[in-house]
Design a binder for this molecule. Sequence first.
Ligand SMILES: Nc1nc2c(ncn2[C@@H]2O[C@H](COP(=O)(O)OP(=O)(O)OP(=O)(O)O)[C@@H](O)[C@H]2O)c(=O)[nH]1
Ligand SMILES: [Mg+2]
Length: 452
Amino acid sequence: MNGRLIIRTIYCNFTRKTPINHDVFSYKPAFFGVFANKLSTKTETKFVEKKHCNVGTIGHVDHGKTTLTAAITKVLANDGLAQFTSYDEIDKAPEEKARGITINAAHVGYNTKLRHYAHTDCPGHADYVRNMISGASQMDAAILVVAANDGPMPQTREHLLLAKQVGIQYILVYVNKADLVDDELLELVEIEMRELLSDFGYDGSSVPMVYGSALKALNGDESELGVPSIRKLLDTMDKYIPPIVRDLQSPFLMPIDNAFTVPGRGTVVVGTIKRGIMKKNDESDLMGFGYNIKTTLSDIQIFKKSVPEAVAGDNVGVLLRGMKIKAVETGMLLCAAKSFTLSNHYKANIYFLTRNEGGRKKPVFSKYSQQMFSGTWNIACRIDLDPSMHMMMPGDHGEVYLTLLEGMVMTQGQPFTIRENNVTVATGIITETLESIDVPKGKLGKVIMRYN
Ligand SMILES: Nc1nc2c(ncn2[C@@H]2O[C@H](COP(=O)(O)OP(=O)(O)OP(=O)(O)O)[C@@H](O)[C@H]2O)c(=O)[nH]1
Ligand SMILES: [Mg+2]
C-alpha cells in the first residue's frame, strides 16, 4: 500500500507539469446539451442530440473488464434489453482463450430504458495498448474497472492518461472483486482512485464509484455485490453521462478502424464518425501514411443496413468507389474532400514522464526516434529538441520538432503519446503544422533539420 501512496504523490507532481490536452476530436462540453437549441440560433452552429452513447471498459489486466461486460449483457438480457454475450464470446480468439486475457477490443450492444449503448471491451495487458487506444477512441464515456484487491496498477494509470488523450470526457469507476476484500480496503481504494482521477484531469471528487463483483453478477448472484451492482452501474451511466452532443456542422471526419473487401462490390472501411454528416455519393479524401486518395462514398451502412446519410457518433461501414484494400490502413482518416492537408512535420509541446511515472531513466537528445501514437494510428517519429536546448530530462517539458516517417493529418491541440519498448514515455500536444520535410530513403536518422 505504501508504494501505491508514494506513486500517487509523484503523479500529483506530474499533472502540474503536463501540458493541457485540447483534443481536436473531443466532443463539445456537456452543457451544450442543455442549451443546444438556444446556442444554435445565436452561433449558427447546429448540434443534434441522439440517445445513443459509446462506452467501454478500460483498466489493468485481469481486473475484470470482460467479466463485467458479459455480466452487463446478462443482467439486461434478463430484462429483454440485450442479447447475452458470454465471456467466451467476447474473448473468442484462440490466443485469448489460451492465455486468459483480452487481446482484441470487442464490441457489444445493449439498451437501458433510456439509451442504446455500444460498448467496447478493451484489453488491459501492456502489450496491447494500441488495441486499447483504438477501442477507447470510439468512446464517449469509459467504465474504468479496478480490482479492489489490487487497487490502481500501472495500466489503470496508463489507461487514464490515454483516455484523456483520446478525448474521453466522462469516466465511471467500477470497483470490482469487492467480494475479496473488507470495507476498510474498499475505502482506501476509493481514496486512491479519486486522487488518481484528479491527477489526470478528471473531477475525482464527483466521478461515480460503484462497488461490486462482476463474477458474482455473471453467476446470477442476487446479493448486493452481484446483480444489483450491475443495475446500479447502468443506472449511474444513464444519469451521469449527459446526452452526447455532436458537432454536425463541420466537414465530416472518420478515423478508420478496419477495412475489408466485399466480393463484387469493393472496399469497405469501418469506423465511428467523429464529426459532421456524411452522405451517400459525397466526394471525400482518404488520408494518412503519406497518401491522399480521392474517392466517393458509394454506400453507407449502419448495423448492416444502407442509409442515405450518417452523423457524428454513428459506427458505419462505408463502401469507397475505386478503392483498393491494399491502399487502406487503420488510422487513416476519411474526410470531406479538401478539408485537411497532410504533413510529416510539426511543432509540439511535450512532457517526458519520470521514471516513477513509468517513463525513461535517461535524458533525451535531438534525433530521438520512437513510435508515436495519436487517435487510432501510430507511426515512427523523430523528435528534435529546440536548438536552444542540449537535452531534456525525464520530468521536463518544452517545445520540440516532430518529423514523422510519412505525412499524417494532425491539427493544433491534437494530443499524442510517445512509446518506447511498449511503455508510454512522453505525452504532448501539437502546437503548429510545419511544411513537410524530406525523409531520405525513409530513414528518420538522415533527416536534415532546418533549425540547427
Ligand atoms: N473473485 C472475483 N474474481 C473475478 C471477479 N471478476 C472477474 N474475476 C476473475 O478475474 C479474472 C480476470 O477477469 P477478466 O474479466 O478476464 O479480466 P480483464 O480485465 O478482462 O482482463 P484483460 O482483458 O486480459 O485485461 C478471471 O479469472 C475472472 O473470473 C470478481 O468480481 N471477483
Ligand atoms: Mg478482458
